[in-house]
Ligand binder design. Structure first.
Ligand SMILES: [Fe+2]
Length: 359
């Protein structure tokens, strides 16, 4: 195998075949070099496999299982996803429309047991855009303004999500993304409550049939292996102010008329939403742990630090990227035309320590 780092910040580690290396060779090489591979994976935060004959979702699943045999199906995130036929653990990464950017996040950062490793696979190369940028969230924490950072350290976060239910007929809503029956994969309220208790989510049914989920968490974690402090939250993803800021950065990169359109439209929509809806009632929001609002200027600062550290690599067909979810975030840039990126993830066994505690 050929190994080298993609950039000077060592994110990601790039592994490519020598001319004769097949997927089978790669699987054997990972098994034979498990210890050094894992060490480099944790140091970098991500490994990109490029140029191998990973032609099917099943081949992708085989590679992911070789790296982390603990793949799981539990998903309590916000993206609508579909299972891929003839696989056990492979899903479409997101059914959100192409114009919709997915901001940088560590997967399910707000739940008690977030995924440990994430895997993405390029089955159909995007025609335009659609990269899955990466960001070292250890670096983001280190680069934040110390005054702002200490406020997050002191107060922690309250992540709020409000989901409509069966009364809402449309699948996609710009602010809400999915409904509670999709999130929990059931229409039975008692089953929803059981899952909430199991996942230690605070929940409350609203008079209009909506479900409110609240997660109180620190803003950071200690990496379970290296002990480094990592920015580990969905603050800018869920905060209403972030969308137009994100579109501003995207427009500066993509220069499309439609990115300018969305930057201006989201600015207006977010202003209207903030005027008409209380912070706790927004479809998604992040407040400080004491329930006070996070200033808009803090969100702009977080976006600036993230974009400064963003690594954007165009997809090639059959690429697979493995991401250490406890150090490295991912997202999606808007795309046009065909694009098929698949995902799977591993989770900690339930007896493992909750996030924030070092293994
Ligand atoms: Fe994600």
């Amino acid at each position: 195998m050929k190994e080298h780092y993609y950039n000077k910040d060592k994110l990601p580690l790039l592994i490519e075949p020598r001319s004769s290396d097949s997927l089978e060779d790669l699987l054997q090489w990972i098994a034979a070099n498990k210890e050094s591979f894992t060490k480099k994976f944790h140091e970098s935060g991500a490994v990109l496999f490029s140029g191998f004959d990973i032609n099917t979702p099943s081949a992708f699943e085989t590679l992911a299982l070789q790296i982390d045999p603990a793949l799981k199906n539990d998903y309590y995130g916000t993206s609508p996803r579909n299972i891929v036929p003839n696989t056990k653990f492979i899903y479409t990464a997101s059914e959100l429309p192409g114009f919709y950017p997915i901001m940088q996040h560590c997967e399910m950062s707000y739940v008690k047991h977030p995924p440990i490793t994430l895997f993405f696979y390029c089955h159909v190369k995007p025609e335009y855009g659609g990269e899955t940028p990466l960001c070292n969230f250890r670096k983001v924490y280190a680069d934040l303004d110390p005054k702002i950072r200490s406020e997050f350290d002191k107060k922690g976060l309250m992540t709020v999500r409000n989901y409509s239910g069966l009364q809402n007929k449309s699948r996609f809503n710009l602010f809400e993304l999915k409904k509670w029956n999709e999130l929990f994969n059931t229409t039975d309220k008692a089953e929803v409550e059981r899952q909430c208790r199991e996942q230690e989510m605070e929940y409350a049914w609203q008079d209009n049939g909506n479900l409110r989920l609240i997660h109180n968490t620190p803003a950071t974690i200690k990496h379970p292996v290296t002990g480094e402090t990592v920015w580990f939250n969905h603050t800018q993803v869920f905060h209403p102010t972030a969308a137009p800021v994100e579109y501003g950065y995207i427009h500066a990169r993509q220069h499309r008329a439609k990115t300018l359109f969305w930057a201006l439209l989201t600015e207006l929509m977010v202003k209207a939403k903030k005027l008409t809806t209380e912070p706790i009632d927004q479809s998604m929001n992040v407040l400080f742990g004491d329930g006070t609002e996070i200033p808009d200027s803090y969100i702009r600062h977080i976006e600036e630090v993230i974009w400064k550290n963003l690594v954007i690599i165009p997809w090639n067909k059959n690429d697979v990227i493995a991401i250490d979810n406890f150090s490295t975030s991912h997202g999606r840039l808007p795309y046009e035309g065909k694009r098929e990126i698949l995902v799977c993830w591993s989770a900690a066994p339930s007896k493992s320590p909750p996030k924030g505690e070092t293994l």
